[in-house]
Design a protein around this ligand. Sequence first.
Ligand SMILES: [Zn+2]
Ligand SMILES: [Zn+2]
Length: 785
Amino acid sequence: MLDALDIEVHGVVQGVGFRPFVYKAARRNLISGWVLNATSGVFIHAEGESDHVNSFVMELSENAPAAANVKEILLKEVPLEGFTTFEIRFSEEEDVPETTLVSPDLATCDDCVAELFDPANRRYHYPFINCTNCGPRFTIINGLPYDRAATSMAGFPMCPDCAREYADPEDRRFHAQPDACFDCGPHIYWRASGSDEREWGLDLASSDAIVERAAQCLRQGRILAIKGLGGFHLACDAANPEALAELRRRKRREGKAFAVMVPNLDAVRAVCHVSKAEEDLLTGSVRPIVLLKKRAEATFAPGLCDKLPELGIMLPYTPLQHLLLAAFGGMLVMTSGNLHDEPIQTDDEEAFAKLGGIADAFIGNDRPIVTRFDDSVVRVIQVGTAGDALQMVRRARGYAPMPVPLKRHAAEGQKLDTVFAAGPEQKNTFCLLRGEDAFVSQHIGDMENAETFDAWLDAKARFERLFQATPDRIAYDLHPEYLASKWALEQAAAGAAAEPVQHHHAHIVSVMAENDLTDAVIGVAFDGTGYGVDGRIWGGEVMMANRQDFERFANFAYVPMPGGAAAVKHPDRMAYGFLWTYDLLEHPAAQPMLEAMGQQAELCGTMIDRGLNTPMTSSVGRMFDALSAICGVCTEPLYEGEAAILFEAAMNGVQTDEAYAIDVVKNTAGEGSTAHNTSVVLFDAEPLFRGVLDDLAAGVGVETISAKAHNALVAAVLQICLVANAAYGVSTVALAGGVFMNRYLIEHTTAALESAGFTIAINRELPPNDGGIAYGQAAAAAARQ
Ligand SMILES: [Zn+2]
Ligand SMILES: [Zn+2]
């Protein structure tokens, strides 16, 4: 019996080899009809024996190309039209309301890598080899539908050979928009810093010469700026301490570990432990930086990743990187090519001007980068019985702008407002919510200067244009001084519908929406800094939350932050605030730190006494900073979060069930008191700090002290969840906030809560840190609609 079906495929189906896949599947299953790319998806008309039609449809969902993300397949029976062949049709641009989804950039596939190193292939050593399954996508797209003319490949007309492949449905480069070769495509060039001259690699010999020269420079300890997919990298020999020190000096990047790139998986295994899940991440089509546990027996050059148990490592994901790593042979630092605190550089001339003081030479090319993207950073954590879970640290290349699902649960027939969420100050991303697709931007960075704010405005305009979404309402962080909030308030003053979402509520709602939770949860938000509804600095909050709103149920009792923001940069001042609060300044074990502070200690005392520039905070991030300082682990952090990170690292694998106490007490503070809190219950960390000091005085090692402090926090979370459960009957716990980037804490807290019968929810595709805030803001604003 003959059947005819109209099929609509929605999802990420453009730029991922989907049409050739459909074509081949149709031929295999003896299907006639046609396939058509439209802005809203892929349309297919299929005719054939009903068995064949069925297996064809099965294949569409089961065997789709790895990089495709099929969201739905709609089928409709239609009359037979009597087609005898299967053809690929080309649409005139039609009027369709929703655009299809845009693929993120894809790492060079194995087939292309094989050709890249095959001397008989016409693209042998061509630094821009790609196919329908791999290559740049979002970073070269100017508009939709995804077509060469709408990309930064528009200036490279194809040679006859490439054009033949491009037009042949049987070829693996059929409609590969960035397809190119030495004859017709982009080329790399070499330019020494301070020189105006570009030496082009227009053919195999001259291109190879540049790669060889680069490898040689790197071996000599020089620093190179190398143009990649979403911007420039700064590269140097990761085994050369002088090169590392020089890069740090020039880039003004002191302590933070560098990410590295190695040629292959064996090179990763030589220095780090790699699980199957981690292996898949390293070798997949995204190829993020994966944070891996360093092998105890491996040696690393001083200055690469000192003091930390993990190293950020990635495998090559562009043809040029494959060539360079093969020529160099070892481990390269590959860090974002930006000036301190500024966005990554994308434009060749600008990069040359800005990075000229850092890099000795540049490898640029003539394929423009349309949008800037940093490398993504991920790791694998263990979450209760679920086991391996991805923890996103920085979501950018390879992930964005793939939409994160966000179920709206709206009333039948209700029009869903399009929401623009401006995001936070640090690790900013924004979120454009259209229907049930949340387009979370790539990592933009810390919105603390005009360059980053401009990058934010650029990316925002681009998202609105590409995804054809005009916001009906704006969501923003309560903090009045954040640049993104100021922008939102200006829009509101001009008449836009705009509403604030409290920082930690946004964290919790991000978890709720990612896990499609609609009932109330116990939200545990442990974080560095977030503006509270009482104007204080929150960061140790337990809230009874739904998506619209929350009630602050418990928090860490406020402590003073002498000097405000300065206390973040100086954990010993923060420690002073804790010791003052708990009346522990006289404790013998506190004296070494206080003596080292000298006059600073006295100044802190004066500021607290007079209430000068001394905001109050409930932040757990700050508590870890303080513990780090008191234990002598870190008093002068070189980058944001270092004190807390090193305090976790100080455990050094020590296992103990012992814990300090954190009391859970009824909140009795009144309106007029500086300790006034809005919660019903307070965490009192006095016994924790006293226990730490007593142990220090007794000569207990910092490994054990750190472990006992971590256990104290795990126990406190469990206890407060039991209390909240008894009071409200809620048994789902959402955990979020930057503090849960602490591996020990997230792994042990989820295990403890699960053992006690709680259902755990954590972020899945988004980071638990502030990179996930915008999505939470959008979800909260959408829920309030
Ligand atoms: Zn390929
Ligand atoms: Zn060509």
